[in-house]
Design a protein around this ligand. Structure first.
Ligand code: HH2
Length: 283
């Protein structure tokens, strides 16, 4: 891949690690809000120390069944974190995980560099906000909303349909004025996919390279690991690392993970094995 995100040029096959930062406050009081923003800042700094290449900041949970968060509340959660990180010279690109144009616009104005949209631009205003800021965008595959996505997990050939629907997302991005070379594609592990479908997408994720864009995958702690192993969400690191290794061997450039240090170690070893089998330049 060759893509500038903020001040940093992401050049080469990676792997590059995107660390997850949750800016969801535990309390609706101001005190809770400040504490939550500080905690998110601390977490971003820690992920940078662990070797993250960029951080992904989200103010709305996308878990199945999660309630929607109004745009102004999401802005109140995310923007102070971006501002604080930028005020203290945070060195990494900041991605904002949102599907709302208003949130993307506010976060980009505050110093975010990338928009990570799990809906692949369903809100045309998000496309406009990214285009105006000349910010790259992650287009993730999903169907429906957190409330109904489980019932939309019906496919003939899941990989072919994900590829076709990602092409439609690329067309929506182009219509909004986002050039193809400013996009990253993500098959959306666990989004409108059963555990079996998520495993199939991981097994065949290399086929998505045909779309010609860098790939991002977010397997971290997801429920397919629980389904396969019985492990609860707080104990899914080993399963996450198995998926990370497969992604790197298949040519995925970016991994979205919670446990950056461990994922980085696994990803770097997988990348060395990948490059030993097919040295860079021979591919
Ligand atoms: N997964 C989640 C959220 N955002 N963005 C992209 N591009 N790809 C993903 O797979 C993805 C995403 C859900 O992650 P989860 O760990 O369930 O929640 P949280 O973001 O709150 O950690």
């Amino acid at each position: 891949m060759r893509l500038k995100i903020g001040a940093r040029l992401f050049d080469g096959p990676g792997p590059f690690l995107m660390g997850v930062v949750n800016a969801t406050p535990d309390s609706f009081s101001d005190g809770g809000r400040f504490l939550a923003a500080d905690a998110a800042v601390e977490r971003a700094l820690r992920l940078a120390d662990e070797g993250a290449d960029l951080v992904d900041l989200g103010g709305e949970s996308t878990r199945p069944g999660a309630p929607p968060v109004p745009a102004d509340e999401e802005i109140r959660r995310v923007v102070p974190v971006v501002e604080r990180l930028r005020a203290r010279g945070f060195p990494l690109p900041i991605s904002v995980d949102t599907s709302k144009g208003a949130v993307a616009r506010a976060a980009l104005a505050a110093g975010a560099d990338l928009v990570n949209d799990v809906t692949g631009i369903r809100d045309p205003d998000l496309g406009r906000a990214a285009a105006e800021a000349r910010a790259p965008v992650v287009l993730m595959h999903g169907r429906g909303t957190p409330a109904d996505m489980a019932s939309r997990a019906v496919y003939g050939d899941v990989v072919a349909e994900v590829a076709a629907e990602l092409s439609e997302a690329l067309a929506r991005a182009a219509a909004a004025g986002i050039p193809a070379d400013a996009t990253i594609l993500d098959p959306g592990i666990g989004f409108a996919k059963t555990a079996e479908q998520s495993v199939l997408v991981l097994a065949r994720v290399g086929e998505l390279r045909r779309l010609g864009r860098p790939l991002l995958v977010g397997p971290s702690r997801k429920s397919f690991i629980g389904k396969l192993t019985g492990a609860p969400v707080e104990d899914r690191l080993a399963g996450t690392l198995a998926a990370v290794v497969q992604c790197v061997l298949a040519g995925v450039e970016l991994l979205r993970v919670h446990d950056v240090a461990a994922a980085r170690q696994a990803a770097l070893v997988a990348a060395a094995i990948r490059d030993a089998a097919a040295p860079p330049g021979s591919r």
